[in-house]
Design a protein around this ligand. Structure first.
Ligand code: FBP
Length: 552
């Protein structure tokens, strides 16, 4: 394989561990804290997880280790969407495991959880691991979105573990994948299989966070990549002065990515889905926000600008949310009937018959392409694939109609030439920033500490992240602590509660206090590319979101 100069250089980068994890493994003690309970629905979740509910939080400190002395055979799985740093989690896990004993073995199951069920794996070795150090992507073993949820699947997983003498499985994933991890941990505990399960918090979306998980990995690099691109577009817009750019950014339901990119680039408009829901804004209300900026800027002769649109926006518009909820249930509960239909006219008629009159009215009012996108396949967790819905184009169409009206009424005399973009996949496999390289390596290393100390059903946690790596803390949190019950594919299921943008939080408050100015004036900022080498003030800066959240 030919190597780029950066790839070669990154192979040499030694990620920073929290000082606590730099001690010899035999000098690190697991100190237990408070017992935990789920964020809500405590009685129901406790019943569903009788063996793994209510466990204690753990922090690693210098002291006498009580880790088990046994050969560890660990299986690792990358689950869900790619996020920069996944390779570092695996190299951190590998290094800790080999540091503890050269006899220990790391097996990588291929293409996500299905690799475990199909017994499709490779044994990770020094030579192989070294080719992926500090690189982006998940291609070291591949990823997938298979959901582990049936007793049959668990039984197969148990057989595969038995066959290889596996002592623990590490699942690197987002909220849905770590829900899988918790369910699998419960099954293994219930059946006394002796296999532990540890999760690692991954997702560029940034929605897997709480008081202990400060950020999921990949968010830092992905948002820096998108912010670089948005900054470049802003500069282009400011040079040519002729286009309004509508940029959708990934993030699924949560607007953390959109908000972080806005803090970094100061666009004219950034929509925040959580605010749309709180204010119960209709599609028309949302378009009014953009139109107001377009009109005011046109009055100053500025017929250009930048609008950031969060990927999940459409799901938060009350009337569309209701529609999507009904569509999800219909697609799940009448799956065979729906899948048997191939012609669009018949699908349309099927929806007319099954949706409530109100939701069908909303469905019918949308452009044909959006209607079709709303009916595309759900992901294995029953979610609409928002990355495939062109909300940015829908918004442009809505604004065009309104601006035409205003023009007729003599209230607007500008030009509205638009371009649409979608930044998502571009950021998921970038070389991890120094922050993600260090954070992910530490998460993987720490996952091994949880395994060797006998924990199961835990998420590896590294915290105090707004400080330098020296001051980071390492520990574990029971996954059931983050759970609640939610409607999925037509039934109530225990899932990890998604962390959405907090409208009373500091990042949103900063944005809200500046956005009126940004909407009318040109206040663009240009973050430029991620820097891997150079002064720490340029290379090791955390996201604006993390800095604001932890501002004292
Ligand atoms: P995860 O939650 O699995 O990390 O995935 C995040 C994400 O990148 C979302 O932002 C996006 O909506 C989705 O994956 C796209 O999924 P896919 O890769 O299956 O197209």
């Amino acid at each position: 394989m030919d190597l780029s100069p950066l790839q070669k250089a990154r192979y040499e980068y030694q990620p920073k561990l929290p000082s606590m994890l730099r001690h010899e493994i035999g000098e690190i003690e697991a100190v237990e804290g408070k017992t935990t309970e789920s964020v809500s629905d405590q009685e129901e979740i406790k019943k569903l997880f009788p063996n793994t509910y209510g466990m204690k939080e753990v922090e690693f400190k210098k002291g006498k280790s009580h880790a088990k002395k046994r050969k560890e055979v660990v299986g690792v799985i990358l689950s869900g969407g790619q996020a920069p740093g996944g390779h570092n989690v695996i190299t951190g896990l590998y290094d800790a495991l080999k540091k503890a004993s050269k006899e220990n073995v790391l097996l990588g199951f291929k293409q996500g959880p299905s690799g475990l069920l199909d017994d499709d794996y490779i044994e990770l070795t020094d030579d192989y691991i070294n080719m992926f150090r500090n690189t982006g992507g998940f291609d070291i073993i591949g990823s997938g979105r298979t959901k582990l949820e049936t007793e049959e699947q668990f039984a197969v997983a148990a057989e595969v573990c038995k066959k290889h003498g596996i002592t623990a499985i590490v699942i690197i994933g987002g909220d849905d994948s770590n829900t899988n991890a918790a369910v699998l941990a419960e099954y293994f505990a219930k059946t006394n299989s002796g296999v532990q399960v540890i999760g690692c918090p991954k997702t560029i979306d940034g929605d897997l966070k709480n008081d202990v998980i400060e950020v999921s990995f990949g968010f830092d690099t992905a948002t820096k990549t998108y912010s670089e691109l948005i900054g470049n577009i802003e500069r282009d817009a400011n040079s040519a002065k002729k286009y309004w750019h509508f940029i959708k950014v990934m993030g699924r339901s949560a607007s953390h990515i959109a908000l972080e990119c806005a803090l970094e680039t100061q666009p004219n408009i950034c929509l925040i889905s959580e605010e749309v829901e709180k204010k119960q804004m209709s599609l028309s209300d949302i378009a009014d926000v953009v139109v107001s900026s377009v009109v005011k800027r046109a009055e100053k002769g500025l017929n250009y600008g930048v609008v950031i649109v969060p990927e999940g926006l459409i799901e938060f518009v009350p009337e569309v949310k209701k529609l999507i909820g009904e569509l999800n249930d219909i697609v799940a509960l009448k799956k065979d009937e729906f899948n048997a239909i191939s012609e669009w006219d018949e699908k349309y008629a099927f929806m007319k018959k099954n949706l409530t009159a109100e939701s069908f009215g909303v469905f019918a009012s949308l452009p044909l392409e959006i209607e079709k996108q709303l009916l595309m396949d759900r992901d294995p967790h029953g979610n609409v694939q928002v990355s495939r819905i062109e909300t940015e184009k829908l918004l442009i169409a809505l604004c065009e109609v309104k601006l035409k009206e205003l023009k007729k009424e003599g209230k607007y005399n500008g030009k509205f030439s638009t371009l649409s973009h979608f930044f998502g996949y571009e950021g998921r496999c970038a070389f991890p920033s120094n922050f993600d390289a260090d954070y992910c390596y530490s998460l993987g290393y720490n996952a091994f500490m949880l395994i060797s100390n006998g924990y199961t059903g835990y998420l590896s946690t590294i915290s105090n992240l707004s400080k330098s790596a020296d001051e980071w803390k390492a520990g574990g949190i029971p996954i059931t602590k983050m759970m609640n019950l939610e409607q999925r594919s037509g039934v109530k299921k225990p899932v990890i509660k998604k962390a959405l943008v907090e409208l009373d939080g500091k990042p949103f408050a900063y944005f809200a206090s500046h956005r009126d100015k940004w909407a009318v004036e040109t206040c663009f900022t240009f973050p430029g590319a991620i820097q891997y080498y150079g002064p720490s003030s340029v290379c090791d800066i955390p996201t604006r979101t993390l800095s604001l959240e932890h501002q004292e």
